[in-house]
Design a protein. Sequence first.
Length: 343
Amino acid sequence: MYLVTGGAGFFGETLIKRLLKTGIKVKCLDLNLPHFNHENLITIQGDIRDKNLVLEALKDVKIVHHNVAQVPIAKNKKLFWEVNYDATKLILEEAFRQKIEKFVYTSSSAVFGIPKKNPVTKNITPTPMEEYGKAKYEAEKICKKYINLGMSCAIVRPRTILGNGRLGIFQILFEWIYQNKNVPVIGDGNNIYQFIHSSDLAEICFLAGENIQSEIYNAGAREFGTMRQAIENLISAVNSKSKVCGVNRKFAELGMNFSSRLGLSPLGKYHSLMYGKSMYFDNNELEEKLNYQTKFSNDEMFLSSYEWYVKNRTSILSGELTGSKHQSFLKQKILKFVPFFLY
């Protein structure tokens, strides 16, 4: 039996659907309930910080996929550490005691902060620069502790995830393009930025769970380009009248940080750090270890994610379709005024 923590979240649901294809039962532990039912799906609704609930969830489980996390747009430092670090430590301790066959931890590319060079390989020492990334990296260290104690554990570090159902800050981007509003990029927007599709990531996590070896996997698209190209190609593909406009880097980063601190913007520290910076992984290590090549390019995943948004836009904006922070309508706050200043 599999256990997926955070299984009702955007990526968690994609992973559960992939695991169910094996015919094996899957447990979902999450504060929310998944948006679908299945005869082989067992749901446990509750808090990952609850030790008794974790013990219940681990019963009869052979492979754990630990995905639950407070994401950057939560902007809650206390929860970053309680959920992303303390809860990871808790479930690892109990999984080790129960001799779980494999533990797969979905970490984040945020552990690298702003990399000094690209492509980023697993041999580059992480240097997180904000609380979300720091908490995720400290949780990786706990994974490595149990690897040294003999536990089989995989650490998967995905680039920014897209796919059908991904909302959060992307909902704002898609809405601007839908309304033919102009879209900002930091500087000239020619920073190289790699994404990954949720279905590619689900396959990587599945394969990592089936591999008895303890490994670190950096995961991103094989085909990618600049941030400007990703947005302009989407605008062209959907026949929007939006334009991509560059914004002075220092002004943009100061404005993003200031408005975020005052609660005027939904963006977090990670967004101001990375939106205008280059970051991409070397996929050769992933392909060698798991014999898998990611299938979706940046352009393909942007287009499929946007088309899903347009199809479900009415339900999203009305609040009828909701879930985790990455599955929900996000209030633009001060950002709603940004397109009016872009020419």
